[in-house]
Design a protein around this ligand. Structure first.
Ligand code: GDP
Ligand code: MG
Length: 779
């Protein structure tokens, strides 16, 4: 029987896991392995994918994958499996009281002045961001990993100026499945941090410890931060910290990142193990008595066999050996083994597979999970019922319910946009606009009184204040939209959206996960393009990147607002929504075309964890918003400021650098003149419009600021009819993304694609604008 045929609610034991390559390895790493107990809990509203319960957490996968997993009915509820109600009588350690475990305690620390670098590693949703924010306060620096665009956050641990901690992307295993996992793995292997802080979600401890087991093999000083202990203890669960420390051979500190409990102790231990370079005491978790000891013998034999190769390659021996058994190509390459040596290893592995009755990857995963099982039996008293999980199930019954999921999703997104654009954001925007006007007015008077040079006066008021000011007033809307998106993401809802949208998106050749970049795209294309790195397949990634620019970003809003106000004040809301919808429809059409041409084939498999719903942390959200606001302000005062000044200068002088009376004679008019014939068919033959579209390439917001400078006082309605205004709206919806977005496309896909995106979106926009104009001219 396969998992697909299992009925909802029935329990079964996995007997074999089919498939191959990275996906199969990923399944094994997630705990889908022979011997594991599974239960189907739900189908997505459209019948696919399916949600299963395994190792006490929820995983989603498609039916086509479920088909490859063989199961047999599980024996009736095994009393030893049920969460034990017999409390083990160990007092709860409290938060931050554990972690006394140190193999050395003292000795010779690293010479003072050495930078102590830490890697913060953990599963997704284990509370990494929350902990990182607690560890560093606002002392963080966001950048990129060299060579790749994966977000890299570094920070200094508060109170320890000699330290630096790097927040790595959330990973489940040290097998490279998605590009983020490769980054995390390479960071630990190549950057050789002095210490690892491994964050473990205590409410989902078995799956989380799987990564811990692999991190221990890195032979780097490490502490385990057992997070979410507030939930565990509130539900009546306990963890025997001392016992767990001695079984794992590293300090374990129970913490609650969101309540900031135990974090100070964690810092003490982390700094201690790193400065005394206390390495994990144990790496050897295979048991010689387990199933005849086949895995044990195989691991040890290969460890000895490749020891010198691993040393030369700078890889930890135990890590190299277990990755070789799993068949990891990257490690194979790094070890530079010759054909004979490879053959010997293959023989040892073959022998192990025969004796153990499992294939190589499954055998290693099984070994790890069975050690974890031992640790958990000895140290963890699980609560009979987790309140958070029960609550999540209730919420999910509605939010992912068969008939309610999609209407509620539309409702939620509608509410978010309404609140952002009509209520909160807009109100603040009006306020800010007034403030800016007031300041500009005051400055204007001051400059006049001080008798400042006319040109300078003109530059400051008409160039800078009006240009930058009009863009600045959009700050509230942008921050508000990011606020809602981050709440949706942090609470765990976006993962559900990916789950129930998967089937629909697959029709377009995408997977459910692509919905995340798309939604972020409504905020800004740059982070949206960057977030595609969580997609495991190259094909999906490319396609998603090419589609996200069609989601109207917040920077295009000023354009819409400006023209709709001027031309269609009566239908404001309708047209604004219409533009958003048009963007989505364009993306759908383009996707359908892509699927049949450029990107033939199936979307990548969909394997995803559904975390329990949690209240997003206020501090996380606040820091994120601060980040976005800072980013926007930086842009406003760099790119947009420069663009405004350049535009002002170009339109104030003629080719001989004399001040012009009418900007028709300016340098700008001369330059834009070249574009005018191209834009004339779509009704945008005015050189000022052409100029503003060029400046929109710098930053979309500056389309409006440029028009403000160029039209100074004159009504925009004099230059356009309503048909051409509509054509302009459509054109600016679709035409090339801004420089920053193109730069991120270039980093992800390379220069050729970046240029292609610019050209092809311009062509598409031109065609769409022409059609719009022609249709409207009929009326
Ligand atoms: P990441 O995906 O690993 O970066 O996880 P986040 O830091 O975004 O946290 C995921 C969710 O767990 C957020 O909603 C947090 O507010 C919540 N969370 C983090 N730490 C704790 C904790 O110690 N206790 C509880 N109850 N919730 C937490
Ligand atoms: Mg995070």
């Amino acid at each position: 029987m396969t998992l697909r045929e299992l009925q909802i609610g029935n329990r079964a034991i996995i007997t074999s896991v089919g498939g191959d390559g990275a996906l199969r390895q990923h399944f094994l790493d997630m705990g889908v392995l022979p011997g594991a107990l599974v239960q189907i809990t739900k189908y997505a509203p459209m019948g696919d994918p399916v949600e299963i319960l395994i190792h006490g957490y929820k995983l989603t996968l498609r039916l086509s994958e479920a088909e490859k997993i063989e199961v047999e009915p599980a024996p009736d509820e095994d009393p030893s499996e049920a969460p034990s109600s017999k409390s083990k009588n160990t007092p709860h350690p409290g938060l931050g009281e554990g972690g006394k475990f140190h193999p050395k305690g003292s000795g010779d620390p690293l010479p003072s002045g050495t930078k102590i670098t830490f890697a913060l590693v953990g599963n997704q949703n284990s509370g990494k961001t929350t902990l990182f924010n607690q560890l560093t306060g606002s002392n963080q620096h966001v950048g990129n990993f060299p060579g790749v665009t994966v977000d890299r956050k570094d920070g200094q641990i508060k109170g320890h100026p000699e330290t630096s901690v790097t927040d790595l992307p959330g990973i489940y295993s040290m097998s490279p499945y998605s590009s983020e996992e490769i980054v995390s793995r390479n960071f630990v292997l190549n950057d050789k941090p002095r210490g690892i802080i491994n964050i473990v979600d205590a409410t989902n401890i078995e799956r989380n410890l799987y990564l811990t087991m692999q991190l221990l093999e890195m032979d780097t000083p490490m502490v385990v931060a057992l997070n979410m202990m507030d939930e565990v203890s509130a539900n009546g669960g306990t963890v025997d910290i001392n016992e767990m420390e001695s079984m794992l051979g590293v300090p374990v500190v129970p913490i609650s990142a969101s309540k900031n409990k135990g974090v100070d102790e964690l810092i003490d231990h982390a700094v201690h193990v790193a400065s005394f370079q206390e390495r994990p005491l144990r790496q050897d978790f295979c048991d010689e008595t387990d199933n005849g000891g086949a895995v044990h013998r195989c691991l040890h034999a290969i460890s000895l066999f490749v020891e010198d190769h691993a040393k030369t390659a700078g890889l930890p021996v135990r890590f190299a050996a277990s990755k070789l058994i799993e068949g990891d190509e990257l490690v194979k390459e790094q070890l530079a083994l010759d054909a004979n040596e490879m053959e010997t290893i293959e023989h040892i592995v073959l022998q192990m597979e025969k004796e153990r009755g499992l294939d190589r990857s499954a055998a290693i995963a099984e070994m790890r999970y069975s050690f974890i099982h031992k640790v958990c039996t000895a140290t963890v008293t699980k609560p009979a019922e987790s309140r958070e999980r029960a609550r999540s199930e209730k919420i999910d019954r509605i939010l992912t319910g068969k008939f309610t999921a999609i209407p509620i999703f539309i409702l939620i997104m509608g509410l978010v946009f309404w609140l952002t654009f009509n209520v909160i954001g807009a109100g603040l925007q009006t306020l800010l606009e007034k403030l800016i006007d007031l300041l500009t007015g005051a400055l204007d008077v001051a400059l006049t009184n001080a008798d400042v040079n006319v040109i300078l006066h003109d530059l400051i008021i008409k160039g800078i204040c009006q240009g930058v000011g009009s863009v600045l007033s959009f700050l509230p809307i942008i921050v508000t939209l990011f606020f809602f998106l981050s709440i949706l993401e942090d609470s765990g809802y976006i993962a559900r959206v990916a789950f129930f949208m998967d089937k629909l998106l697959r029709k377009l050749g995408l997977s459910g996960r692509s919905i995340v970049p798309m939604l972020i795209g409504f905020g800004c294309t740059v982070p949206a393009v960057m977030s595609t790195r969580t997609l495991p397949s190259e094909r999906d990634r490319k396609m998603t990147i090419l589609l996200t620019p069609f989601m109207s970003c917040t920077a295009k809003l000023p354009i819409y607002a400006f023209f709709v106000d001027a031309f269609f004040p009566k239908y404001k809301a309708l047209i604004m929504i219409g533009l958003y919808v048009l963007g989505i429809v364009t993306a759908i059409i383009v996707a359908a075309v892509f699927k049949g041409t450029l990107f033939k084939g199936e979307a990548a498999p969909f394997v995803m964890e559904l975390p329990v719903y949690r209240m997003p942390g206020a501090k996380n959200v606040a820091l994120l918003l601060w980040d976005k606001a800072k980013d926007f302000l930086q842009r406003a005062f760099s790119i947009i400021l420069i663009a405004t000044i350049v535009v002002w200068a170009l339109q104030s002088f003629d080719l001989q650098f004399n001040l012009v009376a009418d900007s028709k004679d300016s340098i700008l008019a001369f330059i834009s003149g070249g574009l005018v014939p191209l834009l004339r068919p779509i009704g945008l033959g005015d050189w000022r419009i052409a100029t503003s579209l060029i400046s929109g390439f710098m930053a979309k917001e500056s389309v409006v600021s440029t028009l403000g400078v160029l039209f100074e006082g004159e009504q925009i309605t004099s230059a356009l009819s309503s048909a051409t205004a509509a054509s302009l709206l459509v054109f600016s919806l679709i035409y090339t993304p801004c420089v920053a977005a193109i730069a991120s496309v270039k980093r992800e896909l390379g220069g050729k694609w970046a240029v292609t995106v610019v050209i092809w979106q311009c062509v598409l926009a031109w065609i769409a604008a022409l059609i719009t104009r022609l249709i409207l001219m009929l009326f």
